[in-house]
Design a protein around this ligand. Structure first.
Ligand SMILES: [Zn+2]
Length: 277
């Protein structure tokens, strides 16, 4: 199994992470891969994408006019969906949560609340439109295709909007979806989603992906794939307002904040400090 290493910006070169998985950094416009670790894992591992889909599912609702940027609810913190405990892990928030804050603080309660507005297979179709069931051709090799469950409703659909159940994807497919988001940054309607992803890296769970002098937009994800196995995600792009590169990390680890975001940060800091090829 290929090993990934990452060190936080503040370290003096001491390796603090060693985890199996994959990490990708590619040029937004040309789709040329600039850094690839674990190409096999990126193409073949299928995992629930977890909270990396919050910007996607909330964008689907915003784009369709199902939710307004200024709509908000107080987060009750506790959430049970179809027998799964999905309590929020963010600290108590002294303000109600709109879609921007739902992304920044990774609020399950607010995202699940807004996700009740999906009808039929609307979300499944949106995921398919993003390429969650298609080969990305981001790497010159064969790829597994993700799976999106159709015909679900109620709490199972809410779990699908949280990326927890009913959707399994490769890291390449998440990278492709974030490429799509990076191409939306100039659309006025997309700004609440972009601000949420910037906030996630500025003061949410994606802090370890920060780059000095460059704003990063991104989102972590943490899911239990089977008993005892945890997938940790980070997906994002930078600079957030004029994206050049897309980064995606999928590794084994209990949280995207601790296991995946530091690796994404290492790739991004390498790109922005070592000069662009
Ligand atoms: Zn919450």
């Amino acid at each position: 199994m290929r090993r990934l290493t990452a060190k936080p910006e503040s370290s003096d070169g001491t390796l603090v992470k060693n985890a199996p998985g994959c990490a990708l950094l590619f040029d937004l416009r040309s789709k040329r891969m600039l850094r690839v670790h674990g190409g096999v894992e990126a193409s073949e591992w299928l995992a629930a994408p977890g909270s990396t889909v919050k910007p996607l599912s909330l964008w689907a609702l915003l784009r369709a006019g199902r939710v307004k940027p200024d709509e908000s609810i107080p987060c009750p913190h506790y959430l049970q969906l179809a027998g799964l405990t999905m309590n929020c892990s963010h600290p108590q928030l002294p303000f109600p949560v709109n879609i921007t804050r739902a992304i920044t603080y990774s609020c399950n309660c607010a995202t699940a609340h807004f996700a009740k507005r999906f009808t039929g297979d609307e979300l499944a179709r949106f995921y398919a439109e993003l390429g969650f069931e298609s080969a990305t051709r981001l790497l010159p090799r064969g790829e597994a295709a993700g799976h999106i469950q159709k015909g679900i409703s109620g709490e199972r659909l809410q779990l699908q909007a949280l990326g927890e159940r009913g959707v399994r994807v490769t890291a390449l497919e998440v990278a492709q979806a974030y490429r799509h988001l990076a191409n939306l940054v100039y659309e006025p309607k997309f700004q609440p989603i972009l601000e949420g992803m910037e906030g996630a890296v500025q003061f949410g769970t994606g802090r370890a992906a920060q780059v000095r002098g460059t704003a990063v937009a991104g989102k972590t994800g943490s899911v239990q794939t089977e008993p005892g196995l945890h997938a940790a995600w980070f997906a994002g792009f930078a600079p957030s307002r004029a994206p050049e590169v897309v980064v995606t990390v999928l590794t084994q680890g209990r949280s995207g904040a601790e296991a995946a975001a530091p690796i994404a940060g290492e790739l991004l800091r390498g790109y922005f400090s070592e000069g662009k090829p």
